[in-house]
Design a protein around this ligand. Structure first.
Ligand code: DC
Length: 221
């Protein structure tokens, strides 16, 4: 049986940075499920489908194929064969992903893909519903969070580094709205699984969080 580590938490909690490092230490595959929701969101945006139009979004799901590959430890995400890694990190795509991930058709499609990967491969997967819904039997479950202010500042610096024009206040507002949306949707809302370990990274370094997760994982291997 494959060894699975699930990391859930709100936007900007540092899930991908942490998960990437843990994966590297263990020589595991890292799966960023947010990127999969973002790839689907990019399709809906390109088609001009309004996020509130569930029927059109559900129908469009039939035309979408999301695939992943791993290149030197970095995940590449493909939308119908096109590598869209460089196009999905904008706030516009993130907000569309949050708004459209509420629909069952969108979630079912990606949940199935994620489960298929996890049953045969040792991996660390991050998202919103990994410990609660996608991989309820994951050997290690982490709920990684941080204050809105900390998350806002991190995302601001991340976007600035990439040369993307942004404003801290707007980012914090976006984060609050995204939390609200992700935590209160009907299907698979973001919440801590009963058997998940809570880590608040507000005043922790990346290394400290990575070490804590590695310790938990090694104990259960
Ligand atoms: O982690 P992220 O910011 O890239 O995710 C973008 C959106 O995708 C997030 O706001 C909600 C949705 N998402 C989800 O519903 N379930 C997941 N497992 C991962 C992401």
């Amino acid at each position: 049986m494959a060894f699975n580590i699930a990391i859930d938490g709100p936007a900007g909690a540092g899930k991908s940075t942490i998960a990437k490092q843990v994966a590297k230490e263990l020589s595991y595959i890292y799966v960023d499920t947010g990127a999969m929701y973002r790839a689907m969101a990019l399709f809906f945006l390109r088609e001009g489908i309004p996020p509130k139009d569930e029927a059109a979004i559900s129908a469009a799901c039939e035309q979408i194929q999301v695939t992943l590959s791993n290149e030197n430890g970095d995940q590449q995400v493909f939308l119908n064969g096109e590598n869209v890694n460089g196009l999905i990190r904008t706030e516009e795509v993130g907000n569309m992903a949050s708004a459209t991930s509420i629909y069952s058709k969108v979630r079912e499609k990606l949940t199935q893909l994620q489960r298929n990967m996890a049953c045969t491969t040792d991996l660390i997967m991050d998202g919103r519903d990994i410990g609660t819904c996608v991989l309820p039997h994951a050997q290690v479950k982490i709920y990684l969070t941080a204050s809105v202010e900390t998350r806002g500042k991190r995302r601001f610096l991340e976007l600035q580094e990439k040369g993307i024009d942004c404003n801290l206040e707007t980012i914090c507002e976006d984060i609050k709205q995204r939390d609200e949306q992700d935590m209160n949707r009907e299907i698979s809302p973001l919440k801590q699984a009963e058997d998940a370990v809570l880590i608040d990274s507000s005043s922790m370094t990346v290394e400290e969080v990575v070490d804590e997760i590695l310790q938990l994982a090694r104990k259960r291997m």
